[in-house]
Design a protein around this ligand. Structure first.
Ligand code: GRE
Ligand code: ZN
Length: 322
């Protein structure tokens, strides 16, 4: 399919290039580094070959979220966004951007998102899970009260917030099994939990137009919506939100195909959340565009659904002209 739009697609700057290394082997790391830093060359060729018209590009992970010094986090986010804006400007027809945000400082994060939308035309924010502030063992989730004004800024700007994975904050359960920590499982467990915290906190009752994006086919959540709803309804622990988790999935959440190129899983997601709320993505350069496109273009779904997931939903959600 030509004209696809991808939106979990990453780049890196000097301050963050080392962050991705731990999750790939040394041989792959060299190539990964080159691809993360490149914008105008290999990336465009791969896009052309895979039928990808446009990428909404974001900083790698965990990057800004792991910088415990508040001022430094704010500075790195700003630098990354400035560099991204410069790179996009050279090929504005092929690239758009998501802002990196220093969530260690909610006011600064809101101001930076405003700046990126107003000055650079960025399409929203992509944040790599919880933030650390002051000490490495700290862990800030965005349902906490200090973030609710920030969410008001996101809602007023009417741009989506992509909650991207990072490694789990709780490591005890992974002791002795480091292979579980990264993208194989821990990323999804961590990110799914964070997304449920946001939904269950009542955040979307306060801001009904707020939009969250989850990658990797919804980080495992679509498969479990029935059970989550059902058991919350019977929970003796209480539940702060007004609506069921599956209802927020219908009205406030989009999911992408990033790094989860599996027709069985896509069909389950179409059945659970509908083809209108699913968006094609690769997760370049951690995944290969040829693999993502080869799979998606041939997947056994209807042609109207392929057009929606590959392109039309993104045009609408991000108010793109092309
Ligand atoms: C990602 O951005 O999703 C990612 C990483 C590191 C390894 C694998 C992966 O940041 O998918
Ligand atoms: Zn990613």
């Amino acid at each position: 399919m030509d004209g696809k739009i991808g939106l979990e697609e990453h780049f890196a700057i000097a301050d963050t290039i080392g962050d991705s290394r731990g999750f790939v082997d040394d041989a792959a790391a060299v190539d990964l580094k080159a691809r993360l830093l490149d914008f105008q060359d290999l990336r465009l060729r791969e896009m052309d070959r895979g039928g990808i018209a446009k990428m909404i590009v974001s900083l790698n992970a965990p990057a800004v979220q792991r910088i415990v010094d508040r001022a430094k986090a704010v500075e790195v986010a700003r630098r990354a966004n400035d560099l991204l804006a410069e790179a996009i400007a050279k090929h504005a027809d092929r690239f758009a951007g998501f802002a990196a945000l220093a969530m260690q400082d909610p006011d600064a994060a809101g101001a930076e998102l405003k700046r990126c939308v107003a000055d650079f035309g960025f399409k929203g924010a992509l944040v790599n899970g919880y933030s650390q502030l002051g000490a490495p063992e700290s862990c800030l989730y965005y349902d906490l009260p200090q973030y609710w004004d920030f969410w008001g800024v996101v809602a007023a700007l009417d741009v989506p917030f992509y909650l991207h994975p990072r490694e789990p904050s709780e490591r005890k359960a992974y002791d002795g099994h480091p292979w579980l920590i990264g993208p194989a499982y821990g990323f999804a467990a961590e990110t799914g939990l964070h997304a449920l915290r946001l939904m269950g906190s009542g955040l979307f009752d306060k801001y009904p137009r707020l939009t969250l994006i989850l990658g990797h086919m919804g980080e495992g959540l679509p498969f479990n919506l029935y059970r989550i709803d059902e058991r919350i309804a019977w929970s003796p622990m209480g539940y702060p939100a007004k609506r069921a988790i599956s209802e927020y999935f219908q009205d406030n959440v989009f999911i992408t195909t990033s790094g989860n190129f599996r027709t069985q899983t896509l069909i389950d997601c179409i059945l659970e959340v509908g083809a209108d709320r699913i968006l094609f993505s690769t997760d370049y350069p951690f995944e290969q565009i040829a693999e993502a496109s080869g799979w998606f273009d041939a997947a056994a779904i209807s042609e109207p659904d392929r057009r929606k997931i590959g392109r039309l939903n993104a045009l609408k959600l991000f108010k793109l002209d092309s």
